[in-house]
Design a binder for this molecule. Structure first.
Ligand code: SAH
Length: 211
């Protein structure tokens, strides 16, 4: 199943960076899902985790990761840790000298993801139980930022905390649905492009839909 997905992403040119495929190979998705779903670990669909949230579909994780164009040694901020799976993929790409900081607003999921990451002995990820819609100023600026919940618009604190020339990828609500936006920061502003339409749970918090 894992190989079928890789073949599909290669054939359809969905993932262009070979290193992203290597990261996918290196992270066992089965370690990030709930008991009872083991056979679905490599199905190309989202799966339920705790508190009504989901672990994103593998293809969505790959498209977002590929778009981030991560280099070794970079510092990446994620909003929406969920299971910790996306963070684990990012951690492989930044390598030992890099760092992933990820924020989760639901305590149960912050604990769940911490446990998943610990099991795999990954030590370049910092998981915070906080409102990520405000970013995390303490570790800013970031080379890359990824938002894994749908936002009304890209939160300004995230733009402020992104390095000049840095890349942010986020699903943003539009009239047609949730549009995946890739932004590159130039002179303090984002130059954006669309990566298509996806389905995400809503972003909560100060710059999300509810507080
Ligand atoms: N990246 C995750 C899937 C994310 S689902 C994975 O790999 O499994 C989206 C997550 O965003 C949910 O866990 C939800 O609780 C969280 N979330 C929603 N609003 C948030 C906010 N303001 N700050 C941090 N996390 C938030």
């Amino acid at each position: 199943m894992k190989n079928q997905l890789i073949k599909f992403w290669k054939n359809e040119k969905i993932v262009k960076n070979e290193k992203v495929l290597e990261a996918f190979k290196a992270v066992p998705r089965e370690e990030f899902i709930l008991g009872g779903y083991e056979h679905d670990a490599y199905g190309d669909y989202p799966l339920p985790i705790h508190a009504g949230q989901t672990i994103s579909q593998p293809t969505t994780v790959m498209i977002m990761t590929d778009a981030l164009d991560i280099k070794k040694g970079q510092k990446v901020l994620e909003i929406g840790t969920g299971s910790g799976y996306q963070a684990a993929i990012l951690s492989k790409l930044v390598g030992e000298k890099g760092k992933v900081i990820t924020t989760e607003i639901i305590k149960e999921l912050a604990d769940f993801s911490k446990n998943n990451i610990k099991k795999l002995k990954i030590n370049n990820i910092k998981i915070l139980h906080s409102d990520g819609s405000e970013g995390y100023a303490k570790e800013a600026p970031y080379d890359r930022i990824i938002v894994t919940a749908a936002c009304p618009k890209i939160p300004q604190p995230l733009i402020d905390q992104l390095k000049e020339g840095g890349i942010i990828v986020a699903p943003v609500e539009s009239v047609l649905g949730q549009e995946m936006v890739k932004g590159i920061k130039k002179n303090g502003k984002l130059i954006t492009a669309s990566l298509g339409y996806f389905s995400f749970v809503p972003l909560k918090g100060k710059h999300g839909y509810t507080s």
